[in-house]
Design a protein around this ligand. Structure first.
Ligand code: ADP
Length: 191
């Protein structure tokens, strides 16, 4: 089974939830750049202070900062047996940087989660109420979704063009229903 995986999907699709469950099942670290950045902000590190304003506005933190953060994470021992990336790469230049950084240890499979736009907005609003993230204002949510379609969604073509398979999984339904589909898609592509 491929152990170097990448989750792709718009905000609100349930990527973080599914990525955490799958990482646990297959025993690889869940590497979420959003979580790492929020932690840096909470700890008030130099990186966190530089990233906070951009994040709150729903923009993208600079590629240099994020790529350096991921490289540092990949150097840790638990990442040597594989990884499940979530929220990175977010554009083609990050994807290229990732390929270079992990030369010979590249992504083996992309899981692309999808859902209706109405459902995405509904889930983002629900999460905003539950979690109170400072970047869950209506403006920042819209900006993040717009950036997703512009910069991140094209990665669904980038990977097949680089011979990395993309499994598309329907993200509508309950968490367990979607998780079953994710596991089935993984088994089908890499039994
Ligand atoms: P969401 O998927 O809801 O946007 P994330 O937790 O993935 O939430 O990311 C939160 C914020 O962190 C993003 O809006 C962005 O500012 C920043 N971020 C996360 N990953 C990246 C990345 N790979 N490149 C640039 N910025 C990022």
């Amino acid at each position: 089974m491929g152990r170097r995986l990448l989750f792709l999907g718009p905000q609100g699709v349930g990527k973080g939830t599914q990525a955490a469950k799958l990482a646990k099942l297959i025993g690889v670290p869940h590497v979420s750049t959003g979580d790492m950045l929020r932690q840096a902000v909470a700890e008030g590190t130099d990186l966190g202070m530089r990233a906070k304003a951009v994040m709150d506005a729903g923009g993208l933190v600079s590629d240099d900062l994020v790529v350096a953060m991921v490289k540092e994470r990949f150097a840790k021992s638990d990442a040597q047996c594989g990884y499940l990336l979530d929220g990175f790469p977010r554009n083609e230049s990050q994807a290229v940087a990732l390929d270079r950084a992990i030369n010979g240890n590249a992504v083996e499979l992309v899981i692309s989660l999808t859902a209706d736009e109405d459902e995405l907005l509904r889930r983002m609003e629900a999460r905003a109420e539950e979690e109170g993230r400072t970047d869950d204002t209506p403006e920042a949510m819209q900006r993040r979704l717009a950036l997703y379609w512009e910069e991140t969604a094209p990665l669904a073509d980038y990977y097949p063009a680089h011979d990395v398979p993309v499994a598309t999984v329907d993200g509508m339904g309950t968490i367990d229903e979607v998780f079953h589909r994710v596991v089935a898609a993984l088994a089908e592509i890499d039994p």
